[in-house]
Design a protein around this ligand. Sequence first.
Ligand SMILES: *Cc1c(COP(=O)(O)O)cnc(C)c1O
Length: 436
Amino acid sequence: MRKNNNSKKAFLDSSKIIPGGVNSPVRAFKSVNSLPVFIKKGKGAYIYDLDDNKYIDYIGSWGPMILGHANETVIKSIEKVIKNSTSFGAPTLLETKLAKLIKKNFPSMEKMRMTSSGTEATMSAIRLARGVTNRDKIIKFEGCYHGHVDSLLVKAGSGSATFGVPSSPGIPKDLTKHTFTLKYNNIDDLEKCFIKNANKIACVIIEPIAGNMNCVIPNKKFIKKIRTLCNKYNSLLIFDEVMTGFRVAKGGAQEIYKIKPDITTLGKIVGGGMPVGVFGGKKKYMDQVSPVGPIYHAGTLSGNPAAMSAGIKTIEILSRKNFHKNLEKKLSILMLGLKKSADKYNIPFQINYVGGMFGFFFTEKNNIENFEDVNNCNDKIFQIFFNLMLGKGIYFAPSSFEAGFISSSHTMKDINLTIKAAEESFKILSNYLNSK
Ligand SMILES: *Cc1c(COP(=O)(O)O)cnc(C)c1O
């Protein structure tokens, strides 16, 4: 049995002063009926907890750690920068350097602004879209997460293409009535919504590969249609690539699908594990942002030098030849290995993966298209699988609604150990299922 006395104690203590003991809900391990693991340190593909358990990490801080933990080059660059202070609230050369690096890979981001989180980036992107179109309504898709922005924490009302309702208390209905929440991968719903609300839609915001409802891949026709409809109705298209940017490919999902959004949001990897967000897009829109234009955006720590340098080094390293190709090759071995092991024990199991991002689903349905499909997966089996794997030193996301990530530090040995642990777990699962 995995020891967890120290994590348990730390959790009791933190719960007294931090709601739920954590600073972001998924960390509490509630949806896997377990207790959170308190982390002491990380190196490469591994993290170590307070009880000295070692895990192969497939969360990677929810995406940023594409090089693995404590990459020496990244750490050195941060050290070098912070010797000269951690913040100025004044421009430094690092901001321009990171912006140029981003633009090189995301040509649609002609100009951009730095923020301190992905949430701030999407919030500002929505404000920008509303400001330049002079319209209030926005379209999002069920199962996509864009940070904890009021007008984006919205779930679908009853019936398709109805007004959204707040998914958290504290968000005024007067605000969410401007948000339409549609089904991912459903062209009909989208078209109807545009027709019904012609000239009212400021923007469509989408995770162009959805990583906040496990890992759901868009249908090519669907994602192309969004661009067409946005053009037709003069609405802006926002690709929220906070997760997919530099993760699924160097140029994100927009490179894979060859689609130019009007605005892109980034975060996670572009901060190399430091707090960062970015929103950017067409020059004519970005030049509406203050102080050039009237649309307000600001931030005390925006463009923070330590964060900029971590982002720069991370992007420089992942820009090396075949970085993503190698990542995906390794990931495909892992995913196909998991699938094969599950099949061996007749466990209903599906896989999705792109670049360095993956998802697996306990279901018979082999084409997972939207939130409903993800919801219909067997969460009980997932919970058991998750806890078995954690006990074997494999740290997957503690929720069946989160994507997984691998880093360039994961070795073939790590991959093979993971497959072996999964095979043992599937065996136990199959005994459990047969005994029912
Ligand atoms: C993580 C994430 C966000 C929010 O970023 P934070 O830095 O957590 O605020 C927004 N959009 C997507 C797609 C994300 O994955």
